[in-house]
Design a protein around this ligand. Structure first.
Ligand SMILES: [Zn+2]
Length: 464
């Protein structure tokens, strides 16, 4: 049944619509813009936006150029005309371990690729007294923790436990192999071991040892000195690029309070040894989709009424290589850290997640702060991450900020599809209409946050 409107009703509707647009909330993300951004970022021309490559730089320049077009204020380095631009160049000093490092204790020496494999190191040298420990145990500061695990424990869970021990102060963390580790032994053995040079970092090394070596460690006296040793190639400085723009808050009382909307613009680039014909890792979902979300939010917010609080739009370089772009950003914030009230990172919203309701997005670490629940009260279709065992809260740039105490979460709808970190994460798998609806669904809640005086807090005991 049609409804026939009187002329005065029509006039009232027009006036109401005009009022809506004058308060700046009428504009919405358009699917053609989502598509346009995705086609460029995830097309083969950008060669997978490899971390620290010229393609990553072109990506950052493109995002920055878009920010400029939308009318954001620049927050990057000085450009060609002596004015601030929209790109920030970050120097990354990386060291590479030459040859195969060793672990030694008593008269035993284990070599990387032989009796042990190094999963991760941030130093060429580390040492500490042997301490046997089980999952959940507390390491002594500087200990070489030998972690007891079960044959059936998932490598990912074990690796998380290892990282936990390293973060808690162990200098070396050792686990015995199981069948699954043994399977990936050649892959770990073939890897070049490198790390970002951070002058003040305390050494931490994660190692898997063979059954034979584990038996020896089991027999060794508690407190035996364990030594990790490798030699370094000279550190090489590489670069990565962030795109940054902002809208300064309109209210003098609250303009100093900030919200950061972010994504990572890099992906894995071209991998010649990838299986199959296709060597380009386009990263359409990861994280061209999040970068388009940040760009489209910038477009819409810049076209609307200036919010009371200041909002930064930041697309980081080199997330995939270790979070270098976000690391630099958070360590060189262009404003006082305590003024940054929240960060929402966008990651992998290219397809819906069957584990949550239609058009719902999930927020990593939902239960850790009151930000998610408050955004939901303002209309956001956000739910808790339905894949808690994946620890996604720790797996994106938000964590770099969260570790510094900033309320920082990631928004996603990643349904654990099998194209993750494969060459097949391509445009043809993207659901543009889902993306458009997803970004649109967050505009109102974000505009509310930017105009409110709500300051999110960690839930007691849940701060990372
Ligand atoms: Zn990602």
């Amino acid at each position: 049944m049609k409804q026939i409107l009187s002329r005065s009703t029509v006039l009232a509707v027009i006036l109401f619509a005009a009022q809506l647009s004058s308060i700046g909330q009428a504009s919405a993300v358009e699917e053609r813009n989502v598509r346009a951004g995705m086609v460029f970022l995830a097309g083969d021309a950008l060669q997978g936006r490899g971390s620290g490559t010229q393609y990553e730089r072109i990506t950052a320049e493109y995002v920055g150029s878009q920010f400029m077009q939308f009318g954001l204020e620049p927050a990057g380095e000085i450009g060609f005309d002596g004015n601030a631009g929209f790109v920030q160049t970050v120097n990354v000093s990386r060291a590479v371990i030459a040859g195969n490092p060793t672990i030694s204790f008593g008269s035993t020496s284990l070599t990387h690729g032989g009796e042990m494999v190094v999963l991760r190191t941030n130093s060429a040298k580390a040492s500490g007294p042997l301490q046997r420990i089980s999952i959940g145990g507390k390491p002594n500061p500087g200990a070489a923790a030998f972690l007891t695990v079960n044959e059936t424990d998932e490598p990912r869970a074990v690796q998380q436990a290892m990282q936990g021990l390293a973060a808690a102060g162990a200098s070396i963390v050792i686990v015995p192999e199981n069948a699954q580790w043994r399977q990936s032994w050649p892959t770990f053995a073939a890897r070049r071991l490198g790390f970002r040079v951070v002058p003040s970092a305390t050494p931490s090394v994660l190692v898997v040892v063979s059954k034979t070596a584990a038996d020896e460690l089991a027999r060794a006296t508690e407190g035996t000195e364990i030594k990790f040793q490798g030699s370094l190639d000279p550190a090489a400085t590489t670069q990565t690029w962030n795109a940054i723009g902002k809208i300064s808050g309109s209210d003098p009382a609250t303009a100093s309070e900030l919200v950061v909307l972010s994504s990572h613009l890099d992906h894995l680039g071209v991998r010649e040894n990838a299986p199959g014909e296709d060597k380009i890792f386009n990263g359409a979902d990861d994280d061209a989709s999040g970068t388009v979300a940040v760009m489209e939010l910038a477009r819409v917010l810049a076209a609307g009424k200036r919010p009371k609080r200041t909002v930064y739009f930041v697309c980081y370089g080199s997330e995939e290589a270790g979070g270098y772009g976000s690391g630099h950003f958070v360590n060189n914030l262009p404003f006082p850290k305590e003024k940054l009230i929240a960060n929402l990172q966008w990651e992998m919203i290219g397809r819906p997640d069957a584990k949550v309701g239609a058009d719902e997005l999930w927020l990593t670490g939902y239960e850790r702060s009151n930000l998610g629940p408050e955004l939901v009260r303002r209309g956001a279709k956000l739910v808790a991450d339905p894949h808690p065992s994946e620890n996604f809260f720790q797996r994106s740039d938000n964590y770099t900020l969260a570790r510094q105490g900033i309320i920082a979460h990631t928004i996603s709808s990643f349904g654990l599809h099998t194209d993750y970190h494969r060459a097949s994460d391509e445009l043809r798998t993207i659901d543009f209409s889902h993306m458009t609806r997803s970004i649109n669904s967050m505009i109102k809640p974000i505009v509310w946050l930017l105009n409110s005086d709500f300051k999110p807090q960690w839930v007691e005991g849940k701060r990372p």
